[in-house]
Ligand binder design. Structure first.
Ligand code: A2P
Length: 334
């Protein structure tokens, strides 16, 4: 079983290598690809030096390709990789809304991956993190409406986004005026309610992705979702305040018990002890932290909660590797 990473030198690529080192995925070879700029550099994997190759404009000799080099690369090359015999797990948004392409969070709808036709899409990071907590609630209590406000880390804009946060914070602390290349405005000491492009309905594409993708993953087109997506000056964990209007009323204790047994969730919910989800504690963790679980004051029997999940892990690299593991464990990989 040969695995390839396309975009190996990026922020998600780096995490893919770290997650693969710990993974139970059984594979014999790892190939690394990036842009021609990175060809020839070496990266360490399990103590060995692997050389990065320029991504070819055609098939890649691998059985599984983990793609994280952006939408235009995936759009142009993924069909060629599939023709070459590979299964592509794509981190970009290029194929997520194609009805032929499964959109998968293994804890939630892993079985959908088994119906793939060569490409499996990894969801938008905010959505992947939210559905780990929301899917068990939807299954048991039926979510009718979901209102999400996000606090999204700079890693969502790749390595360059994280670098800009650190560099421009330094500029500002040194008395200069922070600038911005990766975000709509300078990010240090700021919050920016603008991620991706604005749509005709006044929402951003990032906000609409949460609505479109949550419905697709949960398999429920009737679910109403409204999101406000905000970039904040943190490095790699997205946090989200989520309000759920439920078909069947639930108490906070019922939700806490339900989520305590849910895969991929760590309950962190003891406000008296100052215990709740935060980027400080969720960064680097595989599980999504869930806390501040309380009865909604707006929807009868509804629930408010707060989640924090590592954007580069459950929001990207970890989820992609878990999809590959799921396929292998279900005999769906060579
Ligand atoms: P490179 O480092 O050679 O530019 P991030 O999301 O952190 O910015 O990472 C993007 C990843 O996508 C990097 O590994 C980057 O490689 C890779 N990439 C960018 N452009 C291309 C391209 N034209 N072909 C292949 N990989 C690319």
């Amino acid at each position: 079983m040969r695995v390839a990473i396309v975009g190996a030198t990026g922020a998600v690529g780096h995490e893919l290598m770290k997650v693969l080192e710990q993974s139970r995925l059984n594979f014999s070879e790892l190939q690394l690809y990036a842009s021609p700029r990175s060809a020839g550099i070496t990266l360490t994997f399990k103590g060995q030096q692997l050389t990065v190759q320029a991504t070819p404009d055609g098939p890649i000799p691998a059985d599984v390709i983990l793609a994280s080099a952006g939408g235009s690369i995936s759009q142009a090359l993924a069909p060629k990789w599939v023709e070459g015999g590979a299964v592509v797990i794509d981190n970009s948004s290029a194929f997520r809304y194609d009805p032929e392409v499964p959109l998968v969070v293994p804890e939630v709808n892993g079985e959908a991956a088994l119906g793939h036709k060569g490409i499996i899409a990894n969801p938008n990071c905010t959505t992947a993190i939210a559905v780990v907590a929301v899917a068990p609630i939807h299954r048991t209590y039926g979510v009718k409406r979901m209102i999400v406000s996000t606090y999204q880390a700079t890693s969502g804009a790749g390595q360059k986004g994280m670098d800009e946060l650190l560099e421009q914070t330094r500029v500002q602390l040194d008395g200069g005026v922070a600038g911005s290349k990766e975000f709509a405005h300078p990010i240090p000491f700021n919050v920016i309610p603008h991620i991706d492009v604005f749509q005709d309905n006044g929402y951003t594409k990032e906000e609409m992705k949460v609505a479109w993708e949550t419905r697709k993953i949960l398999g429920d087109e009737s679910l109403q979702v409204s999101c406000t997506a905000v970039r904040i000056p943190t490095l790699r964990t997205h946090s989200e305040a989520i309000t759920l209007d439920l078909e069947r009323p639930a108490t906070p204790d019922q939700i806490r018990d339900l989520l305590a047994g849910a895969p991929g969730v760590e309950i962190r919910d003891n406000p008296q002890e100052k215990l709740y989800p935060m980027p400080l504690t969720a960064s680097g963790k595989y599980d999504v932290e869930v806390g501040r679980i309380r009865q909604s004051l707006v929807f009868d029997g509804g629930i408010d909660l707060f989640v924090a999940g590592d954007q580069l892990l459950k929001g990207a690299a970890l989820n992609a590797v878990q999809i590959a593991e799921y396929l292998q464990e279900h005999g769906a990989l060579n």
